[in-house]
Design a protein around this ligand. Structure first.
Ligand code: ADP
Ligand code: MG
Length: 529
């Protein structure tokens, strides 16, 4: 087992550059990928985001720069997005510049003229998005005849984005005699198909996601109703005082809602998702890295692949879809042995989903209790006290002495100070935060089970049922309890007081082209699951 970079037998300049970058030892994926990659072997690498895949392929590419350097690039790296192309080429240039290796990013929204100029100067490594690379091939500004190494970075993501044809075109364009490395967080068939067609006896390298749940990450979940999530979130942020927080939401709209509400309440929050312009996203990342904002609200897709700094708290405002998603998200904290906290909000209906994630990810997520109103109040008061003490230390308040003297002739010091504080900070009272009733599905007594005459064979899934009940009956989806689907029928739990409404609004309606009958299930006594 390698424990430091020099043991790979790579050039001293690279080892020095890595140590200047603060890389003390190779990450697990680097340990297993670098040796075969240095030997020129084809590689399929699977590991979660943030595990150091860039250097895993970057170091071998730099080390293996051909002796007789030609005019044309010898390596090409394809990435799904402009951010990634820029990040990857930056990292490669940092590692490789001392060895005289130069990488150039080429991507869609940069002026083609700048790129043409740079390409003419001569480049060793091209890091590009597939579309723009194709552009340059057509313009003959990019010549691939000397390519010896091809990397497909975040291959699954590139395929999701519809780049399959572009990728195949490029792979046919490069010389057959070459090394191909493919990296992907997940391995859907489409990715494996590419590897079958375009790779030569690839070596599969995998860092098991479950092995990656660093013990330094403290994992907790809070049972919260959908409508109480913002309150729960701010309670936690007030009491825990996180230094840098990354909040994951399921949809772009949710990102907008959550970040908007946080900003309104005075938190230094920002948002990223796919609808924002590139420059907005760059700006957010810059602010987050500089600490100008300390809370970033994001969708999985937007956060994917971005080099987000190590955060103290990851908060799953919405529960991730699957165990891999969970591992990816929480892997943003607790890096390099630092401790981190991963928090997941779970609505009663999602409780079972959480347990599945926990099981599949082979980890333990502890149930925790939200801070009480008193704790929140105290935390807020502490912030005010510190702010005041800072002001007093600064001695800039002394102008007010005469006014204070005048006020104290007629009022008590308590009144004067309290009035000033309430002007400044508003109410410290937390009465506007409703008590969150944490109900557990196992102990929930007021739910009844409904029987529905549609099921899996009707192409229905749990989400479809939740959506139609919540929109037809007009009840929040968080109020819908457990759903069990069978082939031709299903059971749904709803609050007893809403059962009539659900039945009235769903009965005889069409769902996926079938008329639905819905009624109280025969055996509605509340069985313990
Ligand atoms: P991935 O491509 O797997 O998502 P990256 O290559 O972007 O991960 O690396 C994530 C972060 O970790 C980057 O900031 C990178 O500079 C840093 N990093 C990579 N390898 C190491 C290492 N061996 N030691 C310390 N930091 C590293
Ligand atoms: Mg990467």
């Amino acid at each position: 087992m390698h424990t430091n970079f020099s043991e790979f037998g790579i050039s001293d300049q690279i080892v020095t550059a890595l140590s200047n970058m603060g890389f003390e030892e190779p990450t697990p994926i680097q340990k297993i990928a670098i040796p075969p990659a240095l030997k020129g072997k084809d590689i399929i690498g699977q590991a979660q985001t943030g595990t150091g895949k860039t250097a895993a392929f970057g170091i071998p590419i730099i080390e293996n720069k051909p002796k007789e350097g030609g005019k044309f690039p010898y390596a090409i790296i394809l990435c799904p997005t402009r951010e990634l192309a820029v990040q990857v080429s930056q990292e490669i240039n940092r590692i490789g510049s001392a060895k005289g290796v130069f990488a150039l990013p080429v991507y869609g929204d940069q002026s083609i003229d700048i790129q043409l100029k740079n390409l003419r100067k001569g480049v060793d490594i091209i890091v590009g998005t597939p579309g723009r690379v194709i552009d340059h091939i057509r313009r003959k500004s990019l010549v691939l005849k000397d390519i010896k190494i091809v990397v497909l970075d975040e291959a699954d993501e590139m395929l999701n984005m519809g780049f399959i044809e572009d990728i195949e075109t490029i792979l046919r364009e490069v010389p057959g005699e070459r090394q191909t490395m493919l990296f992907s967080a997940t391995m859907p068939t489409a990715v494996l198909n590419i590897s079958k067609h375009y790779m030569n006896k690839p070596k599969h390298i995998r860092v098991d996601a479950s092995a990656m749940v660093v013990t330094a990450i403290k994992q907790a979940f809070y049972e919260v109703r959908e409508e109480d999530k913002i309150k729960a979130l701010t309670r936690l942020m007030d009491v825990e005082g996180p230094s840098l927080t990354l909040i994951f939401c399921r949809t772009k709209k949710e990102v907008d809602d959550v970040s908007g509400q946080l900003m309104q309440m005075g938190y230094l929050a920002g948002a990223i998702h796919g609808d924002f312009t590139q420059s907005h996203r760059d700006e957010m990342m810059r602010k987050f890295k500089k600490g100008e904002i300390d809370t970033l609200v994001a969708t999985d897709v937007a956060a994917r692949g971005l080099d987000i700094p190590d955060v103290s708290h990851v908060i799953n405002y919405s529960i991730p879809q699957d165990p891999e998603g969970y591992i990816h998200r929480i892997g943003r904290t607790g890096r390099a042995g630092k401790s981190g906290i991963a928090i997941t909000f779970v609505t009663p209906r999602e409780y079972r989903h959480l347990r599945l994630i926990e099981k599949a990810a082979r980890t333990v997520i502890q149930k925790a209790k939200l801070p009480t109103k008193e704790q929140v109040k105290k935390a807020r008061e502490n912030v005010i006290a510190v702010t005041l003490e800072e002001t007093m230390k600064g001695r800039e308040h002394t102008d007010y002495y005469p006014l204070v003297g005048r006020l104290l002739e007629e009022h008590s010091p308590e009144d004067v100070v309290a009035a000033a504080l309430s002007l400044l900070f508003g109410k410290t009272d937390v009465e506007d935060i409703r008590e969150i009733s944490m109900s557990h599905p196992d102990t929930k007594r007021d739910y009844v089970r409904l029987f529905m005459t549609v099921g899996r064979k009707d192409n229905l899934n749990v989400g479809d049922i939740v959506r139609s009940i919540s929109s037809e009956a007009g009840i929040p989806s968080g109020k819908i309890g457990n759903i069990v689907l069978f082939d031709t029928f299903s059971f749904v739990e709803v609050p007893a007081n809403l059962a009539d409404r659900v039945i009235a609004s769903i009965n005889n309606r069409m769902m996926k082209g079938r008329k639905v009958k819905i009624q109280l299930a025969k055996n509605t006594d509340k069985k313990k699951r």
